[in-house]
Design a protein around this ligand. Structure first.
Ligand code: 13P
Length: 340
């Protein structure tokens, strides 16, 4: 383990004014989004789409790291450059999703555990050879009447910690993602309670496995009311409760915290991040974004599977990246959307 390198990479992924682009949708997820728009679900279209996302050199100004899916790391852009080389060219650290998806947790109906530890050491060394310098593993926690169970929280925390240790051994910075889903009728208080429990266990397990906090990035959900909650908390409450939670669970050595968007609208995700960075709170870690949908959805619609739309769509994602870059400094305002 090269601790110095891990620290440097982690710092570059969450550099001031920058966040992470999650463009690591698995085939089923990517295809589902394509199908909704009537885009052919072929390898070639996925390649063209991801070429578009990285077409503007300016993306490197707002994006410090990009998470790829296995297929993309082995592909080239439409100009024939390996995607990892394209990322390096514009100053973005290449990363890779390494989990094998969330599967049903045995004896626990409605709950999931993420798979992918078997053979992971060998896959990580291949990914390093292919140019990846960080990795991602996502655990999924659902809020319901009697869930999550402790069994689900412990199984996922253990998996995340084993994964993170293997990454650091292979000189890859682990993004540790315990995602408490935002779907449901639950209140923000319930979201706080579950998110707090999940994060606390994750850090206990990370410590137990010897993971170096300076060389990792946490990717949490924001603490929000469930989408179907009759009375949803406002932006300020979300910002305050999320920071309160992180302050009580995340060790100060952790380099950065990069939120997932979890189905929020583009502007909602940007506003929440901006609000957290405007509270004037003293925070030991950098607070930024690692959005998938909230960075990509407008650009995917603008592209719509048509090669002629690549240039226009590439500007759409550049705009979203710029808005979120501003939010990492608490400098975003909705008027900036109209100015564009
Ligand atoms: P969303 O921002 O669309 O939630 O995706 C982030 C991600 O990478 C989930 O693992």
């Amino acid at each position: 383990m090269n601790t110095q390198q891990l620290k440097q990479i982690a710092a570059a992924m969450v550099a001031p004014g920058q966040g992470i682009l999650a463009m690591d949708e698995s085939h089923p997820t990517c295809n589902k989004r394509f199908e909704k728009l009537g885009i052919p679900t072929t390898e070639e279209k996925r390649r063209e789409y991801r070429h578009m996302l990285l077409k503007e050199d300016g993306m490197g100004q707002y994006i410090g790291g990009a998470i790829l899916f296995d297929e993309t790391l082995r592909q080239t852009t439409l100009d024939g450059k390996p995607f990892a080389a394209r990322l390096n060219e514009i100053g973005i650290v290449p990363g890779i999703k390494v989990d094998k998806g969330a599967k049903e947790l045995a004896l626990h109906p409605g709950e999931k555990v993420t798979e992918g530890l078997d053979g992971l050491r060998d896959r990580l060394s291949e990914y390093y050879e292919l140019g990846a310098r960080f990795a991602k593993w996502r655990a999924v926690i659902t809020i319901g009447d009697d869930i999550p169970s402790r069994a689900c929280l412990v199984a996922n925390a253990h998996g995340l910690a084993r994964y993170a240790a293997l990454c650091q051994e292979a000189d890859l910075v682990p993004i540790v993602e315990p995602e408490v889903l935002m779907d449901g009728t639950h209140t923000i208080e319930r979201s706080y309670e579950v998110t707090h429990a999940a994060q606390q266990l994750v850090f206990e397990h990370l410590e137990e496995q010897g993971v170096v906090f300076e060389g990792m990035v946490l990717k949490p959900n924001m603490v929000v009311s469930g989408y179907e909650c009759p009375q949803r908390a406002d932006v300020r409450q979300v910002a305050e409760q999320t920071i309160r939670c992180l302050k009580s669970t995340v060790p100060p050595q952790v380099r950065g915290i990069a939120f997932l968007s979890g189905g929020q609208t583009d502007e909602e995700a940007t506003e929440h991040l901006n609000a957290m960075n405007s509270l004037g709170e003293d925070m030991p870690w950098r607070l930024t974004f690692s959005y998938g949908r909230a960075l990509q959805q407008a650009a995917m619609q603008a592209w719509n599977g048509d090669t002629n739309n690549i240039d226009q769509a590439a500007k759409v994602i550049l705009h979203r990246a710029r808005m979120n870059g501003a939010a990492t400094n608490g400098e975003y305002s909705p008027e900036m959307e109209n100015a564009a």
